[in-house]
Write a protein that binds this ligand. Structure first.
Ligand code: NAI
Ligand code: NAD
Ligand code: ISE
Length: 344
C-alpha cells in the first residue's frame, strides 16, 4: 500500500521532494499540499499534475484522514508548530532541517513523540545518506586513520538572498555539519567559539560572511568549520578528518575533467539541489520503506534534531559573545537509544 503524503511548504525543496515522491521513488503518493502562499500550492499541483487537495493551512491538512505522512518543507521558524500538531495527531512526519529553531522547541517535539509511544519523526539530515559521507564514516569506523584528532570542513554557497542574516549561517547552513560531524566521529560536542574574518564585499548589511566555527568534542577532537555563503564560484562542501595514522577526505562530487586551451579543468556545482540529489532520494525512500517494514522511520530522529538545536543555540551565542560557549545536552532518553542506521 502507498503511503499518502501531505506537504506543508511548496517552495524550492518542497517541490523537489514532491517530484521525487511522485516520479522517482516507490511506495508514496502526494495527496495534499498547503503553503501560506496559496498560489505556490496551486502552481505546484499544476506543475506536477498531482491528484491532491490544496488546503488553506497545515492544521486542515493534518486533519485529513487520507494523509498518513506530513512533509514539513516550510521555512524553519514554522516547523515546530506543524510537527507538533502532526505528532499529536499520530501522523508520521518527515521534517526538513531544522526540526525547530530552538532546543526548547525540539524538546517539546521529543516529549510529544515519546507520549505517542513510537518514533514518528525523521529529520532531513540527508548527509547521513550521501555515499561520500557514508564511505568517510566507514573508513573512520574501521580504524583506517586511527583516532580522529581534527576535522576541517567547508560549507560554501555561491550567494544568499537579502533575508539571510548572520544567525542563519548556523541554523540554516552550519546545521548540516553540526549533524554530520558528531555522527562521523561518534562523539558529542563540548564547546564552540566563532571568529569573523574580514567581511566579503559581496555580503549584504545583515550578514557577517564568512564565519569560522571552532568546535571541540568531549574526547578533544577540534573541528574547524568554515561557512561562506557568498563565495560566488559555486556550491562547495568539503570535509577532511585528520587522524593519528592518516587523513581521510570526503570524495569530491564527480565531474568530467577536460584538457583544453592550455587548461586542466572540471566543473563545480552551483546549487545544493544537485550536490545531494541522490542522498535525498535514498533518504526519503528509506523513510518510506522503514515505515512499511518496521512501522517507524529509522533515519535521523527528533533527538538528533534536539542535539543539532542545542549546538546551534551555543553557536549563535558564540557569534554574539566571541567567547568559547559550552554545549550541554540533556541525557538521551532510552526511547531514542537504539542507534540510527542509514542504508544506502
Ligand atoms: P522556500 O522558501 O523555497 O520554500 C518554503 C515554502 O514554505 C514557501 O513556499 C513558503 O511560502 C512556505 N511556507 C512558509 N511558512 C509556511 C507555513 N507556515 N505553512 C505553509 N507554508 C509555509 O524554502 P526552501 O529552500 O524550500 O526550504 C524549506 C525548508 O527546507 C527549510 O527548512 C530549509 O532549511 C530546508 N532545506 C533543506 C535542504 C537540505 O539540503 N536538506 C535544502 C534546502 C532547504
Ligand atoms: P522556500 O522559501 O523555497 O520554500 C518555503 C515555502 O514554505 C515557501 O513556499 C513558503 O511560502 C512556505 N511556507 C512558509 N511558512 C509556511 C507555513 N507556516 N505553512 C505553509 N507554508 C509555509 O525554502 P526552501 O529552500 O524550500 O527551504 C525550505 C526548508 O527546507 C527549510 O527548512 C530549509 O532549511 C530546508 N532545506 C533543506 C535543504 C537540505 O539540503 N536538506 C536544502 C534546502 C532547504
Ligand atoms: C539550505 O537551506 C540548505 O539546506 C543547503 O544545503 C545549504 O547549503 C544552504 O546554505 C541552506 O540555506
Amino acid at each position: 500500500m502507498s503511503l499518502r503524503f501531505g506537504v506543508v511548504g511548496t517552495g524550492a525543496i518542497g517541490r523537489e521532494h514532491i517530484d521525487r515522491i511522485t516520479n522517482k521513488l516507490s511506495g508514496g503518493k502526494v495527496v495534499a499540499v498547503t503553503d501560506v502562499n496559496q498560489d505556490s500550492a496551486l502552481q505546484t499541483v499544476e506543475q506536477y499534475n498531482l491528484d491532491a487537495v490544496i488546503y488553506p493551512d497545515d492544521v486542515a491538512l493534518i486533519a485529513d484522514n487520507n494523509v498518513d505522512v506530513v512533509v514539513v518543507t516550510s521555512w524553519g521558524p514554522a516547523h515546530e508548530a506543524t510537527v507538533l500538531a502532526a505528532v499529536e495527531a499520530g501522523k508520521y512526519v518527515f521534517c526538513e532541517k531544522p526540526l525547530a529553531t530552538t532546543a526548547d522547541g525540539c524538546m517539546r517535539i521529543v516529549e510529544a513523540e515519546m507520549k505517542q509511544g513510537k518514533k514518528l519523526v525523521q529529520v532531513g539530515f540527508m548527509r547521513r545518506y550521501d555515499s561520500g559521507y557514508v564511505q568517510l564514516k566507514e573508513a573512520i569506523d574501521q580504524g583506517e586513520i586511527g583516532q580522529p584528532l581534527m576535522v576541517r570542513a567547508v560549507h560554501r554557497n555561491p550567494e544568499v538572498g537579502e533575508n539571510y542574516v548572520t544567525e542563519m549561517a548556523v541554523v540554516d547552513t552550519l546545521i548540516h555539519e553540526i549533524d554530520a560531524l558528531h555522527w562521523l566521529v561518534n562523539d558529542d560536542y563540548k564547546s564552540v567559539q566563532v571568529v569573523f574574518p574580514r567581511k566579503t564585499k559581496y555580503a549584504h548589511d545583515k550578514v557577517q560572511d564568512p564565519q569560522l566555527f571552532m568546535i571541540e568534542t568531549n574526547s578533544g577532537i577540534v573541528m574547524n568549520v568554515e561557512v561562506f555563503v557568498n563565495c560566488k564560484y559555486g556550491y562547495d562542501i568539503q570535509c577532511e578528518v585528520i587522524g593519528e595514522d592518516g587523513v581521510a577526505y570526503l570524495p569530491e562530487f564527480p565531474s568530467v575533467v577536460t584538457r583544453k586551451n592550455g587548461k586542466l579543468s572540471s566543473g563545480i556545482l552551483q546549487d545544493w539541489k544537485y550536490r545531494f540529489m541522490d542522498a535525498y532520494d535514498v533518504e526519503i525512500q528509506d523513510f518510506i520503506d522503514s515505515i512499511g517494514k518496521k512501522g517507524e522511520p529509522q533515519g535521523p530522529t527528533s533527538w538528533d534534531g534536539y542535539i543539532a538545536a542545542v549546538t546551534a543555540d551555543a553557536c549563535v551565542k558564540a557569534q554574539k559573545t566571541g567567547e568559547k560557549e559550552a554545549i550541554r545536552l540533556q541525557e538521551k532518553p532510552v526511547f531514542y537509544s537504539k542507534d540510527t542506521v542509514c542504508e544506502t
